[in-house]
Design a protein around this ligand. Structure first.
Ligand code: BJW
Length: 240
């Protein structure tokens, strides 16, 4: 199928853990996913971090270290190439919003990208909120690179109950998008789960889901079931 877009066309892509699964990173809610091995309240809430910062650091240190052993797959690469082509041909805006905290989209070459749940390769000073590039382990006795206080640095991750990042930019892009594509996300965590409804509000957006199994949301015009590494390149190539 070739889908012909109008000469100008704004695209918003939303990705979740499923796009990185074929690179070897665990999803959250699938069988053997991260939430089968860890309690959300312990490792993904500000209260959990206050209660047991060592446990939370261990959880994110392991995941940060794992990034050295994985690489972008065909789905990440296809999105980067789609963005490059869209820009080169001056076709419109192309925004990639990822819920993932890995760096695989960035390594694949995506440029206009918002990591709304934060990034493993950044740390934040709990006192000043300053965000810093960070690739090493974090620990409760580590002096903060910003304020100097031991243990003041926390993972730059959006936990439950915290405000996701750059929401204004995302909602502005959704309000004027012509195509919204959701890839590899269960659609259970808000506000990201509501982006497809937001895109539909502007009336003109074509909404597409790619997932191993449909999330069941009624807001998608089209659902393609299967692996992201096959279906994302297919979709990107089908759009002229
Ligand atoms: C494949 C595949 C392959 C596998 N190919 N596909 C009651 C009602 C509504 C909302 C709330 C509520 N109570 C509380 C809330 C708010 C709460 C929330 O949504 N809770 C729900 C659980 C109900 N949300 C928040 O607190 C957020 N903040 C907030 O709302 O602030 C207020 C606000 C309001 C309005 C506007 C703005 C702000 C913060 C959420 C933070 C989420 N953080 C986490 C963990 C931190 C990051 C980390 O450690 O990595 O982010 S939770 C976890 O879930 C992680 C993910 O980014 C997120 C989404 O998961 P994802 O990516 O969808 O993964 P899975 O595992 O669920 O799904 C994988 C999918 O891939 C599956 O569908 C597979 O089929 C598929 N798949 N292989 C294609 N090869």
């Amino acid at each position: 199928m070739v889908y012909k877009h109008p000469s100008k066309s704004n695209i918003v892509i939303l990705t979740g853990a499923g796009i990185s699964a074929e690179s070897g990173l665990s999803t959250f809610r699938d069988e053997n996913g991260l939430w089968c091995q860890h309690r959300i309240e312990d490792v993904a809430t500000p209260e959990g971090f206050r209660r047991d910062p060592q446990l939370v650091h261990r959880f994110y240190n392991q995941r940060r270290a794992q990034l050295k052993d994985v690489k972008p797959n065909a789905a990440h690469l296809a999105l980067a190439e789609w963005e490059r082509r869209w820009k080169e041909e001056e076709r419109g805006n192309f925004l990639l919003v990822t819920q993932n905290v890995d760096d695989l989209h960035q390594r694949a070459g995506s440029r206009n990208i918002i990591a709304l749940h934060g990034e493993l390769l950044k740390a934040r000073c709990s006192h000043t909120e300053k965000v810093m590039a960070w690739s090493e382990d974090l620990a409760t006795d580590l002096p903060c690179a910003c304020c100097g206080n031991p243990g003041a640095m926390r993972p730059h991750i959006v936990w439950f109950g915290e405000m996701p990042l750059e929401m204004e930019t995302i909602y502005a892009a959704l309000s004027e998008c012509d195509m919204f594509v959701s890839i590899g996300t269960s659609g259970t965590v808000y506000p990201a789960a509501g982006f497809v409804m937001e895109a539909r509000r502007n009336q003109k957006a074509r909404t597409v889901e790619i997932n191993l199994e449909s999330s069941g949301s009624p807001y998608f015009h089209e659902v393609f079931e299967g692996k992201a590494s096959q279906l994302v390149p297919n979709l990107a190539n089908s759009i002229s």
